[in-house]
Design a protein around this ligand. Structure first.
Ligand SMILES: NC(=O)c1ccc[n+]([C@@H]2O[C@H](COP(=O)([O-])OP(=O)(O)OC[C@H]3O[C@@H](n4cnc5c(N)ncnc54)[C@H](OP(=O)(O)O)[C@@H]3O)[C@@H](O)[C@H]2O)c1
Length: 280
């Protein structure tokens, strides 16, 4: 029987059908949390949902209406949310467009979790003190946010930098939450899990190739090792010390793109994202 450090806490994990999200969900449930899990594939999500003991919540983040439905379902299920783990993400061909017409690295990695978090704010506030963990990446260093061109309509998009831009947005959003929602007792943190040998890159021909070669075994860490920093932050909970900060695995204040500290970017991304999802 593992330690029950998460007893009494209600958690939602996104991207829970695979990789570090699935591992985090299972471990937090074993530590006593009530864990709700969401993913885009009902079949893949089912075994994880069975392991944590809740009904699966299916939502594809490339459809913002799915995110709205997901938030409504969570709102019906729970009175309060102690922990939201915005973990779903990946690399996608930037020439494609989502159902809502957005560049997919932007929508799946940032805009969809932005909308979900906004819609769940009342449930996070109802907990009295709560934590939002955003799974970012060292790839944030390669990102570049252009507020007038969030969808890469007017500049050349290369897949990994476009992914890095989404992961940079995770840190910028983390900072925005800490600046705007602390009155609600909501703490936010971003984390790079490390180079994890998960299914990461499956939606990408190029990144998938790298993650499928024998190099994967040399250059990556295991899924449980990759989930460990997320689990450590979950157990730490809504500690004001970590509010608005970026961890590189267990190390606070990891290397960040300079845009992550640019107040015009923090405010601009927040306001433009609100407008894009119809919240302003
Ligand atoms: N692996 C790494 O080296 C690494 C490094 C830094 C950061 N990260 C970040 O860590 C997080 C978890 O990645 P992972 O390594 O565990 O990779 P993974 O095994 O590919 O898991 C990604 C999860 O996100 C879900 N997802 C992807 N697209 C989605 C969509 N459109 N709608 C809803 N859910 C979607 C996946 O669902 P399906 O199961 O249906 O595909 C899966 O549950 C991601 O945010 C990733 O960017 C990973």
């Amino acid at each position: 029987m593992s330690d029950q450090t998460m007893a009494g806490r209600t958690v939602l994990v996104t991207g829970a059908s695979d990789g570090i999200g699935a591992e985090t969900a299972r471990v937090l449930a074993a530590k006593g949390a009530t864990v709700h899990v969401t993913g885009r594939s009902a079949d893949k999500l089912r075994p994880v949902a069975e392991a944590v003991g809740t009904e699966p919540l299916v939502a594809d983040f490339s459809r913002l209406d799915d995110v709205r439905r997901l938030a409504a379902q969570v709102g019906e299920r729970v009175d309060k949310l102690d922990l939201l783990m915005n973990n779903a993400g990946g690399t996608f061909a930037p020439a494609k467009r989502t159902h809502d017409g957005h560049e997919p690295n932007f929508q799946v990695n940032h805009l969809a979790p932005f909308l979900l978090t906004q819609l769940l704010r009342p449930r996070l506030a109802a907990a009295g003190s709560s934590l939002v963990v955003n799974t970012s990446s060292i790839g944030n260093l390669l990102g570049k946010i252009v507020l007038d061109d969030l969808d890469y309509d007017r500049r050349r998009a290369i897949e990994f930098p476009a992914y890095g831009t989404g992961k940079l947005m995770n840190i910028v959003f983390t900072r925005g939450i800490s600046q705007r929602w602390s009155g609600d007792g909501i703490v936010s943190v971003a984390v790079h899990p490390g180079p994890v040998g998960s299914s990461f890159g499956r939606d990408s021909w190029f990144i998938g190739l790298l993650y499928r070669t024998p190099l994967k075994r040399i250059g990556t860490i295991s899924v449980p090792d990759g989930a460990a920093p997320l689990i450590a932050l979950a157990e730490r909970g809504a500690d004001p010390e970590i509010d608005g900060r970026y961890f590189s695995r267990f190390k606070v204040d990891g290397r960040e793109n300079k845009q992550a500290h640019d107040q015009a970017i923090i405010d601009g991304l927040w306001e433009r994202s609100e407008a894009l999802v119809g919240l302003s």
